[in-house]
Design a protein around this ligand. Structure first.
Ligand code: NAG
Length: 329
């Protein structure tokens, strides 16, 4: 690689830091919290906005110690040309004046459409390592002393061997550091679905052999009758990697996926067929259980495959089609 290329790359990243510092902000804008998690408000200074982009990278590095230093923002682009194009685009089209409830800055988060049957969207690296660790620590503390209490509610399910994980419900009020609130706010900004439509997080720990048979999150109209409010979407936040197993499976994924229901003995425990996602710490996987017209999407059947090695931590957020947690928007 020529020296000229290296210099211009550096210049470009300086320019990008400047541009991103001005216009782009890590989602969402929340006030600074005690723990020093990276957050900055809509009216934040240039410096704090830039920190919002750079700090997670630095945090990840300092935590790992091993990783080579990486220029902030570098991972966002695969080529110099791509980076320049992004810079120019932002200069030409900076954020517009928002309405009263809007943001003065751009937010950025990569996403990948995984499927349209059902609608599955992956948000890679949605939660940084430090926030994942914090969330797990909080959940762990709740699981340990409440193991007996949990058993009471989970007993029926355990005997049926449908869902063998341990779980706890957590809302933003359970986290004084504001991480849970940060996640909810970021999810709302990405999806356009208000925080008030979300149920509290259901945080689950799957240990060796634990699993969750394939099921629907919405209350199937055929079995449960008309519902006053429905779980229209689900976001699964993976708070840990899993050494082996623990995939999330969508057994009926695909345009003709429902064909698999036909014939004899569809196996809700099976981890074969359909689409499987291997857990990766920090990722968020969102899927819709309803079609845009509000009817039930039967492709949305999903389950958690048994953990073969290691441990799996996942926080589930169910999002309703109506307000669930006041104050309502
Ligand atoms: C709703 O949308 C789905 C998927 O596009 C379609 O198959 C279904 O027929 C629609 N139902 C109604 C009542 O419009």
């Amino acid at each position: 690689m020529s020296r000229g290329y290296t210099t211009s790359t550096l210049l470009c990243f300086c320019a990008l830091s400047f541009i991103f510092g001005r216009f782009v902000q890590e989602i969402p804008g929340l006030p600074q919290t005690k723990s020093g998690f990276t957050q900055s408000g809509g009216a934040a200074s240039k410096t704090s906005r830039r920190q919002a982009i750079e700090k997670p990278v630095q945090q990840a590095q300092s935590h790992h110690q091993s990783g080579k230093p990486q220029a902030p923002g570098k991972k966002l682009f695969t080529s110099f040309e791509e980076a320049v194009a992004a810079t120019e685009a932002l200069l030409r089209a900076p954020p517009v004046k928002p309405a009263h409830t809007g943001n003065e800055f751009y937010s950025s988060q990569p996403l990948q459409i995984i499927s349209w049957y059902p609608r599955i969207i992956l948000f890679p690296g949605f939660i940084d390592e430090q926030r994942c660790a914090h969330f797990v620590k909080l959940a762990k503390a709740r699981l340990a002393p409440s193991a007996l209490a949990m058993r009471k509610t989970e007993e029926d399910q355990e005997t049926e061997d449908v869902r063998t994980s341990q779980g706890t419900f957590m809302s933003r009020h359970d986290d004084l550091e504001g991480v849970i609130s940060w996640i909810e706010e970021k999810a709302a900004q990405l999806t356009g679905l208000p925080v008030s439509h979300g149920e509290p997080f259901n945080v689950l720990r799957y240990q060796l052999g634990q699993h969750y048979d394939s099921h629907y999150d919405i209350f199937e109209p055929e079995s449960y009758g008309p519902q006053s409010s429905q779980r229209m979407a689900t976001i699964l936040f993976y708070l840990s990697d899993v050494e082996e197993g623990g995939d999330t499976i969508f057994p009926l994924e695909g345009r003709y996926g429902q064909e698999r229901l036909k014939g004899t003995g569809f196996n809700y425990k099976s981890c074969e067929g359909g689409y499987r996602y291997k857990p990766r710490r920090g990722d968020a996987l969102m899927f819709y259980s309803m079609h845009p017209n509000g009817t039930f999407d039967k492709h949305a059947l999903h389950g958690g495959c048994p953990v073969i090695k290691g441990e799996k931590w996942v926080a589930t957020k169910w999002i309703r089609d109506k307000c669930f947690s006041p104050p309502c928007m």
